[in-house]
Ligand binder design. Sequence first.
Ligand code: DQA
Length: 152
Amino acid sequence: MSRLVYVLNGPNLNLLGKRQPHIYGHETLADVEEACRARAAELDLTLRFHQSNREYEIIDWIHEARETAAGIVINPAAFTHTSVAILDALNTFEGPILEVHISNVHKREAFRHHSYVSTVATGVIAGFGTQGYLLALQRVARLLNEGAPGHG
Ligand code: DQA
């Protein structure tokens, strides 16, 4: 059984640490990746960690994950609130999908309160800062240990 997990990040998250640090904190995406890799090693998970500002690349990675991965952790960033195409791609994935937002989107502007991705996500974490990624990995590992459907 595959223990491969895709961690996917949407637009502007490449600027993490520089972008609105009062909302998203001072850690960079490279720091997040490093922390995710350390946690994945403890949980016996293999990671693919990606970020893109282009919707189609995220969709392509979801299609790739369909063939190989057991779980997806995704922070779709602004695509959360706009992308039926990412929702449709995620609907083709059979394993656990954990949606992560660094900020508490429900405390922010009304347009951030709706998430297309939440309609398919197994679980949602918001407002835990970058720790949310690590909690999501922990949850994926638990679900896989409990025999959640996956691939490979
Ligand atoms: C975000 C919240 C989104 O509303 C926003 O567009 C982002 C980041 C978060 O991690 O808090 O880019 O997904």
